[in-house]
Structures are given as structure tokens and as C-alpha cells.
Design a protein around this ligand. Structure first.
Ligand code: MN
Length: 743
């Protein structure tokens, strides 16, 4: 176990101003508090916080963080309280320890809903002070290093949580070595077979790999020094987990992996990085598509390096990372490195100097973005999706026309780009130019793309985008916009239904009146009430009764007159007439006045068409309300309608309201009986095609020696169009008969 003075010395090595007394007090306090407690390994419990503190000295963290690490389990596991820590060590350390206590019991890989809520609490705690996360990561690292002592049945969960959450978080914080160690330790536990396989192969190749590393290192050094460039070259074998990930990602076998060794070239200046790159590219052919300039466009965690792959000595693929000493420190220490290369402000020793430096880092910005997401009121599931997506994906870098940099996860589309620029841009996007060329919004973006988004204020995001977008931000925003649009649709439908119901009994409708009776309806706003009616959760009769209490009488009058139970659904009577006497012109006038206008599925009402109904504009139609789904439209002759005969409250009077230049086509079905001879089918499709109707599907329903009967799914503009197609087919020599299904 590390001695007290050893720990203090370690801290003083990188921070001569560290508060020695504070560290000593924390050491002694924690040791006494944990007393005779033992770890699963049999070691004294105190060895754990001490190791955690030691890990954090490798990150060269400030004295407050080291003290918090020593004390991190005291509130949870001993008699210690937050007040006592505050009193003895100050509120800065008190808050750190309290933050660590809060997140300690959070299970981040439990059932989905709980996991999301836990992750939310977790992010809120670590975002308050990024040092809480750094201590937590060190805590997890030590627990993973000693995983073998934990009972067998708990190991997997801890390892999975490490792979899922902590290793990516260490990566996000830019602490590469910690990410790798966490991954390797967890991989060994979660997938021992794969781990053994890869580790075994690596072992048999070790000698050959070592030789290759030696040769390539030498060749690189020679080339660089001949050009007068002093450089340090480090070659290394890749770790089993990163090899495994690559095998999975590219679906290749171990043998097919050509790059199980990688090289780092460390040079003196940014300029020298590019010089070294030039030398490497001039000496060996580069592999196309592998060059990445993370120096000019850093990763979100501040990582900066040049990456390239060349066909090196012995025709081996050689992966190279070129960076300066300082960039190397950032790559290994990430967020913690921000304290290494900057002059610390004078009060940094005991104040928030280091945490404010950390606050400037890209990793910390990412944390605060997460917190913003929470503030936007997403559901825990949406938040979880966002966070996990963000954790796991590599980046592509794209540019706005003005040169602004937008970093997106790999696989991101122009839709994600639009939402990354601004939610309003995403919500009103109608098209885009990628590198000056018009492209669809669903196009996948590549590194270096310049993207210009075209917007129109009339546009609402398409619900289908949600499946295409990869960033949580875009998906959540699309979902919100879609929800809002659906709600508007329902409210619009509800308004139509209520207005008509009220007018039908000869009363005026106004929002003010509705507002006055909202409490009686149990609704909190006019829009809520109307949307509830539109969804079918609140009946218009109830609204009518609330608006006009005297309606009760009307209802009775009407009921006795019509002999029906529910008065205003006189509409049902009208519909019934239509149903029984199709084509009767008796109630045309009524239809025009009271019916809800239908503009197809792209319109502003929650409308869909009965799948086998095939209603096209010009058909007389009926609407059936389905709670939660809006209106389903049937042609009046549809036999399906009899299923709703005993539910008069669901019938709605509707009429077509289609613009001449509306581009929407409507599906319908026809049955064609044709003579069985070569070319018949071609002739039929030709006639349909020439007349601007689409064939969606053709099904042979009966074949005989002389005739073929086929069912054709057709898309037409309207009834006139359909009738024209039918009569043209009828007049074709190979066609014996044509009829419309449900016609
Ligand atoms: Mn612990």
C-alpha cells in the first residue's frame, strides 16, 4: 500500500504548490473512517481509495481532486456525513464527494427506462464538476483491475457497464490510455472466448510483429532524419479489443486484418507534423481514403493528430499517427491535460483554477451540451438514445458555406447537419447543396463536405426523417415537430367536428365560450380540448353539452323527431340514407355545408384511407373516427362500412376538397378479365401507362385456358381519371371485362 508521504510526493512532483496538509488530513481521515473494513480481495478497504487517488496523480490532477478521491467512499460506506467533510475539508471537496456518492448506486445498464433515468442523474452530477467524472473513472478503473475478486455473478454486469458507459466516457474525456485499459479489462470478462482467440493469435505472431515493428520504426526514422526532422517513433501492437471491434465493424477474420500494428510519430512542432506527413507520403504510397487531418479539425474531445496509412516496407500496411509532444499529452490525458500546458492562474492552487481550465475543454463542452438536452425536456429514453449515439460514434467534419465547422457522428446526413446548425433550420429544411451540388437531404455526409441547407418557412419536417437521422438532437427535434404537427392535425379535426356539431343545433361556436367551460371538460387549453375531440377521446356531444347546457332539451326534441338515441348524430341518419341509396342527390346541399373537407393524406387532418377501400376523389365518401388514429375514409359503397352500423358516434360527414393541381395520387383496385394470348399483359400495362395512371401491383387471380383474371392496384388522380382508364381498357381487343373492386 502506498505510504502517505509517497502520495504527497507524487502530487508535489507536478504541482509544487499542492496543499500538503490537506492531502495528509484526507489520507488519515479516510484510513480511520474505513477502519477495519475489507475489500473482496481481503485487502484493507482503504487500499481502494488510495489506489484511486494514485491513478488520478497519473492524470496530474489538483489536490482537491486527489483529496476527494481519498474520501470518495466515506459518505456511503462509513458514518461520515457531507457536513463533516464540508467542515473538515471545505465545501469544494464536500461537493465532489457528495457528487460521487450520488452516482455510486446508479445502475447504468439496468432495464431501459430505469437506465435512462439513472443516466440522466449521472450526467447531471458529473456535469456540475467534471472532476467528479474523473474520480469516478479512476474508481471504475481500479474496480476493473480487481474484478477477479468480485463474486462471479456480478462481474458481467460491471464489465458491461464499463464497455457501454465508462470506457466511451473516458474516450469522450480524451483519456485514451484509460479508455483502452477499461476496454481490455471488460472485454476479457464479457467475451472471454473472443479475447482468448485474439490474444492467442497475437502471441503466436508476437515475434514476427516485433520484427516488423523494429524494421518499420527504423525505416521511418531514417527517412525522417535524412530530411533533417528529429522525431520519436513508437510502434505498438494493437490491443485485442480494438482488433475485435475492427473485425466486427468490417466483418473480417483475424487473418484479413492487415493492420494489427500501429505507429506514432512524435515531432517538435505543428509544422513538423505536416513535414513528416509529406516525407512519409513521398516515400511510400498512401492508402486512399485513410488520411485524416485532426489537427486542423480536432475531434470533439480536443484530440488532434494527423492520421494516414501507407503501403510501407515489405508491402505491409502501416497506420501512422503524427503529432507533437503537446498533442500527444492531450491524446493520452485529454481533459486532464488542460492543466499541463497552460499557465495556471495565480489562485489556481486552492480555487477553481483547474476546473475553469477544464471548463474550456471540448470534452467539457460536450458534457454541458448533454445537460442542455436534459433541459429541453426530452423523455429519458430519447436522452439515453442521444447519449449512447454520441458516445459510440466516430466523427465526420463538415462546413457551413461561411466556413463554420460542424462535427457530426459518422453516417450523419444533411438532415443531421441542418439540426446541428439550428433546430429551426432543421425544421424548415427543404433541400441542400453538398459541395455546390443539389442533393437530397437524406444524403450521407463525408469529411470535408461543405453543406448549404435550403429552407422554407412553409415546411414541416417529415416524420420519415427520424429513421434517417443519426444524431439524437435531430431525431428528438423531428419527433417533437412531428408530435406537434400531429397534435395540430387533431386539434384542426376537433375544431371542425365541434364547430359543425354546434352549428347543427343552431348555436354559434367561439373559442372564448369553449375556454370558459374547459374545467368542466377536464381540459387545460382550447387546443387540448379540440385535439381530444379530434383523437376521439372526448365526444363532441359532451363539448356541446358543456357549451350549451340547454342542449339537453334540443337533444330530446331531435331524438324524438328522428327516433334516434343521440341527437346530433343526425348525421348518421344522413349517412345511412346515402349508404342505402347510393347516388341519391337528396342531401347534396347538406353534404356541402356540414361535411369536413378531405385533402388527401398530405393535408392538415389526421386522415387515412381504408386499405381495401380505394376511395378516389369524386367518389362519395364516409369518414369513420378511430380513437387515437383520426379519420379513416371509405367509399360509400364499401361493404366494410356495415361493421360500423352499430357505432353511430364514429361516423363523420366528409367531402373531397382536392385542388386541381394537387400532385397526390389515390390508390384503387380494378379486376381485368383478359384473353390469354401473348402480349396481353404488355398491352394492358401500356394502356394504363399511356394514360398517366400508375400500376402498383398486378396479381393473377384466376387462369383458365382462354382467360386470365387479374387484380390491378392502380393509382389515379380522381374518379374521372379512373373511369377514363377503365373505358379505354374495355375498348381494348384483348380485354373481355373490367370492373372496379368495391365499385
Ligand atoms: Mn470506490
Amino acid at each position: 500500500m502506498m505510504r502517505q508521504y509517497e502520495l504527497v510526493e507524487r502530487v508535489q512532483q507536478y504541482d509544487p504548490d499542492a496543499d500538503e496538509a490537506l492531502l495528509n488530513r484526507a489520507y488519515v481521515y479516510s484510513m480511520k473512517a474505513h477502519g477495519t473494513q475489507k475489500r473482496a480481495s481481503g485487502d484493507p478497504y482503504f487500499s481502494h481509495p488510495l489506489e484511486v487517488a494514485a491513478i488520478l496523480t497519473e492524470l496530474k490532477l489538483d489536490d482537491a481532486t486527489i483529496a476527494a478521491a481519498l474520501l470518495h467512499d466515506t459518505i456511503e460506506d462509513t458514518e461520515t456525513t457531507k457536513e463533516e467533510i464540508d467542515r473538515l475539508f471545505g465545501s469544494e471537496i464536500g461537493s465532489l464527494v457528495e457528487g460521487l456518492t450520488k452516482i455510486r448506486k446508479l445502475d447504468l445498464v439496468s432495464k431501459r427506462a430505469a437506465q435512462a433515468e439513472n443516466l440522466r442523474k449521472f450526467v447531471l452530477a458529473i456535469a456540475e464538476d467534471a472532476r467528479v467524472l474523473l474520480v469516478k473513472l479512476a474508481d471504475r478503473l481500479h474496480n476493473m483491475r480487481t474484478l477477479e475478486f468480485v463474486p462471479e455473478n456480478k462481474r458481467n454486469r460491471i464489465a458491461e457497464e464499463t464497455l457501454d458507459i465508462y470506457a466511451p466516457l473516458a474516450g469522450r474525456m480524451g483519456i485514451q490510455w484509460m479508455r483502452e485499459e477499461l476496454e481490455e479489462l471488460a472485454f476479457r470478462q464479457v467475451n472471454p472466448t473472443a479475447y482468448q482467440l485474439i490474444a492467442g493469435r497475437l502471441a503466436t505472431m508476437r515475434e514476427a510483429n516485433a520484427r516488423a515493428i523494429g524494421e518499420i520504426t527504423e525505416a521511418l526514422k531514417v527517412q525522417l532524419s535524412q530530411s533533417g526532422l528529429g522525431a520519436q517513433v513508437i510502434g505498438r501492437e494493437k490491443r485485442p479489443y480494438s482488433i475485435w471491434r475492427k473485425m466486427e465493424r468490417k466483418s473480417v477474420s483475424f487473418e484479413q486484418l492487415s493492420d494489427i500494428i500501429g505507429f506514432r510519430v512524435i515531432v517538435g512542432s505543428l509544422e513538423a507534423c505536416y513535414q513528416a506527413l509529406g516525407i512519409v507520403h513521398r516515400t511510400w504510397p498512401m492508402v486512399p481514403g485513410r488520411f485524416k487531418d485532426y489537427i486542423s479539425t480536432p475531434k470533439q474531445n480536443d484530440y488532434r493528430s494527423l492520421h494516414t496509412t501507407v503501403i510501407g516496407p515489405g508491402h505491409r500496411r502501416v497506420e501512422l499517427q503524427i503529432r507533437t509532444e503537446e498533442l500527444h499529452a492531450v491524446a493520452e490525458y485529454g481533459i486532464a491535460a488542460h492543466t499541463l500546458y497552460k499557465d495556471r492562474p495565480g489562485e489556481a492552487v486552492n480555487g477553481n483554477g483547474r476546473s475553469s481550465l477544464i471548463a474550456e475543454s471540448g470534452a467539457y463542452r460536450w458534457l454541458s451540451q448533454l445537460v442542455d438536452m436534459l433541459a429541453e425536456g426530452d423523455t429519458p429514453e430519447e436522452f439515453l438514445e442521444h447519449t449512447k449515439l454520441e458516445l459510440f460514434q466516430d466523427q465526420v467534419f463538415c462546413f457551413t458555406p461561411k466556413g463554420g465547422l460542424i462535427a457530426l457522428p459518422r453516417g450523419a446526413t444533411a438532415i443531421d447537419f441542418a439540426y446541428a446548425v439550428h433546430t429551426d433550420i432543421g425544421n424548415t429544411a427543404i433541400g441542400c447543396k453538398i459541395n455546390g451540388k443539389l442533393e437530397p437531404l437524406i444524403s450521407e455526409l463525408h469529411n470535408g463536405d461543405e453543406v448549404e441547407i435550403m429552407t422554407s418557412s412553409a415546411q414541416a419536417p417529415s416524420p420519415a426523417w427520424e429513421a434517417v437521422a443519426v444524431t439524437g438532437k435531430a431525431r428528438a427535434a423531428i419527433r417533437r415537430a412531428t408530435r406537434a404537427a400531429t397534435r395540430r392535425q387533431y386539434a384542426g379535426l376537433g375544431r371542425q367536428i365541434v364547430t359543425r356539431a354546434v352549428e347543427r343545433v343552431g348555436k354559434p361556436y367561439s373559442d372564448e365560450r369553449l375556454k370558459a367551460v374547459l374545467p368542466r371538460l377536464g381540459q387545460s387549453s382550447v387546443e387540448d380540448a379540440l385535439a381530444a375531440v379530434g383523437r376521439g377521446e372526448l365526444s363532441s356531444a359532451d363539448v356541446l353539452r358543456a357549451l350549451h347546457p340547454d342542449y339537453q332539451e334540443l337533444r330530446h326534441q331531435h331524438a324524438s323527431a328522428g327516433g334516434r338515441e343521440d341527437g346530433w348524430f343526425g348525421i348518421r341518419r344522413v349517412m345511412g340514407l346515402k349508404f342505402r341509396i347510393p347516388g341519391s342527390g337528396r342531401d347534396r346541399a347538406k353534404e356541402g355545408r356540414n361535411a369536413i373537407p378531405i385533402r388527401g393524406i398530405q393535408g392538415d387532418l389526421p386522415v387515412r384511407f381504408a386499405p381495401d377501400g380505394g376511395a378516389v376523389p369524386g367518389d362519395r365518401i364516409v369518414g369513420i373516427m378511430t380513437p387515437g388514429q383520426g379519420i379513416t375514409i371509405y367509399p360509400i359503397q364499401s361493404p366494410e362500412l356495415k361493421n360500423f352500423d352499430d357505432q353511430p358516434e364514429r361516423w363523420l360527414d366528409v367531402r373531397w376538397d382536392i385542388d386541381e393541381d394537387d400532385p397526390e395520387r389515390f390508390p384503387t383496385q380494378i379486376v381485368v378479365n383478359a384473353i390469354n394470348e401473348p402480349g396481353t399483359l404488355a398491352r394492358i400495362t401500356q394502356i394504363v401507362g399511356e394514360n398517366d395512371a400508375n400500376i402498383d401491383n398486378i396479381k393473377m387471380t384466376r387462369r383458365s385456358h382462354d382467360f386470365h383474371e387479374m387484380l390491378i392496384d392502380l393509382e389515379v388522380w380522381d374518379l374521372k381519371h379512373l373511369n377514363a382508364v377503365i373505358s379505354l381498357l374495355k375498348n381494348t381487343e384483348v380485354v373481355a371485362s373490367v370492373s372496379r373492386v368495391n365499385g
